[in-house]
Design a protein around this ligand. Structure first.
Ligand code: SIN
Length: 527
């Protein structure tokens, strides 16, 4: 029996804790209250092949198409073929998905799915329903839990062959003191880093702590340049999500002349892949002086909207919008990070004793652009697999990684708002070398002390911002969520060859693209 530390209490962390506790001593750690996570805010639902007119092959094809040539087929096949069984397990654990009158599961539709395969709960409160049910299941088990306990770093020791092994986590406890929690295995389920951006649908906790700590411990990361921007957040402070399922039900996007512009951008209109719609909206906003686009759901009727989307209806009302009778202003916002800690399909990372699951991980399943409602599914499927893999002998994955060169010489303090603004304006939906190099130079000058939770979160965001910028500079093409206006083409030869697995080694932070040695461009990453 191993002592397994699980960091994070969204769907990925809770599934790991639930499943691993059958064989191991599990310690569950989170920096906020137990129920706080990105999962809690998930609206649209969970995509899985649960209906006879659908097929695994079709879900695989949709996922691969959305991923813009960068998905890894083995991971996608695992996701789509194991998904249905795992969703049934969620139902057994008490998640009450919405049903139609005859008792069958209700089916939602979202962009780029060729079938209505998204199941949901509480209308638009799918994440909350999952979070509540899983917390209940985990609380019934002998799992040691630490809320308000912030993981500042991984603790490692060096094995006889000179390679690192994780032996625990260094935390800031609720009383502000530091301590170490020892463990044989650490599973990072600590989520993404939406707080990198000024506009995000993600909650405040999403500061990428696990990814940054893994990076500092020497774990390989990959695909960090791919950050997904959700097309429709309500254009008010905090950018609450307006689910894609609303467009799936027929809502339309209008510019300020009342024109339905998305069909000029893509034949699938409002239901084109998420990156296409997000950029379509951003460009339409630019043409109208930055003012938001309108989402018109009035044709669906107030009664339907209140029943199918009660949470969004409430948020709209809080901001003075009656969306049953008037279009609402929407804007893109950072939503999901496709990149993360490089793993195999069982959550193993390149560091011994370290696993990663959920948004913190990069299984390769989402490629350059995640298909809607595949994220809860990914967490569920791969956390389940990782928990089972903990029973096997520990081994790390092999990664032939490019080595970015970082020397953190910056001394200037910065505020989180400054960083989020910089990332939004320079490293957002559209990128180019000039803006990226400017961002790199500014980021290189900054520094944050990690002696408080806020300081450590800022240090994490800074590390991650630098990584995103370097990876974005390196990828000289446009693909999925990564749009370079100076390299607008997708270049097939670059798909995997510039895939960048960052390994933390001492060296110089390279702010300018022209300082990246040309010979590095051709190196590949393997798993
Ligand atoms: C949404 O409801 O639009 C979000 C679903 C997702 O991000 O997959």
């Amino acid at each position: 029996m191993a002592r397994v530390i699980v960091v994070g209490t969204g769907i990925a962390g809770l599934i790991t804790a639930y499943r691993a506790s059958a064989h191991h001593d599990v310690v569950l750690v989170t920096k906020a209250e137990l129920a706080e996570s990105n999962t809690k805010y998930a609206q649209g639902g969970i995509a899985a092949v649960l209906f006879p007119d659908d097929s695994v092959a079709s879900h695989v094809a949709d996922t691969m198409r959305a991923g813009a040539g960068l998905c890894e087929r083995d991971a996608v096949e695992v996701l789509c073929s194991e998904g249905p069984l795992r969703v049934q397990e969620l139902i057994s654990l008490g998640v009450e998905f919405d049903r139609i009158k005859n008792g069958e599961l209700a089916r939602g539709h979202e962009a780029a799915h060729s079938s209505r395969r998204v199941v949901h709960a509480g209308g638009d409160a799918t994440g909350l329903a999952i979070e509540v049910a899983l917390l209940r299941a985990v609380r019934a088990l002998a799992v040691e839990t630490y809320a308000y306990t912030f993981m500042r770093d991984l603790v490692t020791e060096t094995d006889a062959d000179g390679k690192p092994r994780v032996t625990g986590i260094d935390v800031i406890a609720p009383d502000g003191n530091s301590r170490v929690i020892d463990g044989d295995i650490v599973v990072l389920a600590s989520g993404g880093a939406g707080q990198l951006y000024k506009h995000t649908t993600n909650p405040f906790v999403t500061t990428g702590d696990g990814v940054a700590a893994a990076y500092r411990a020497g774990a390989a990361l990959s695909d960090v340049e791919f950050f997904q921007f959700h097309p429709t957040s309500l254009a008010v402070p905090g950018n609450p999500l307006v689910s894609e399922a609303v467009r799936g039900e027929g809502a339309t996007l209008l510019d300020e002349n009342g024109k339905r512009f998305m069909f000029d951008v893509h034949p699938d209109g409002e239901l084109a892949p998420r990156d296409v719609v997000a950029r379509g909206i951003a460009r339409a906003m630019e043409k109208q002086g930055g003012r938001p686009i309108m989402l018109d759901a009035t044709a669906l009727g107030a009664e339907f909207l209140a029943t199918r989307f009660p949470g969004i209806t409430e948020v709209c009302a809080e901001h003075g919008f009656e969306w049953g009778t008037q279009p609402i202003p929407v804007t893109p916002a950072a939503h999901y990070w496709m990149g993360g800690i490089r793993t195999d399909i069982d959550g193993r990372t390149s560091v011994r004793g370290l696993y990663a699951v959920g948004e913190a991980s990069c299984t390769g399943v989402h490629g350059a652009n995640r298909l809607a409602s595949n994220s809860l599914l990914e967490s569920l499927v791969f956390a389940w697999r990782a928990a089972d893999a903990l029973n096997e002998p520990q081994r790390a994955i092999e990664v032939d990684a490019l080595e970015p060169q970082f020397e953190i010489t910056g001394k200037e303090p910065f505020t989180r708002d400054q960083l989020r603004e910089l990332m939004w304006t320079h490293v957002g939906l559209e990128r180019n070398a000039t803006r990226l190099e400017e961002a790199a130079a500014i980021l290189a000058s900054w520094h944050s002390e990690a002696n408080t939770v806020e300081g450590a979160e800022n240090a994490n965001l800074l590390d991650l911002a630098r990584l995103v910028v370097v990876a974005a500079l390196r990828r000289k093409e446009s693909r999925g969520a990564h749009e370079r206006t100076d390299y607008p083409e997708t270049r097939e030869e670059l798909a995997f060859s510039t895939r960048w697995a960052a390994v933390n080694v001492a060296g110089d932070f390279i702010p300018a693209e022209d300082r990246i040695p040309a010979e590095d461009q051709a190196e590949t990453v393997t798993r």
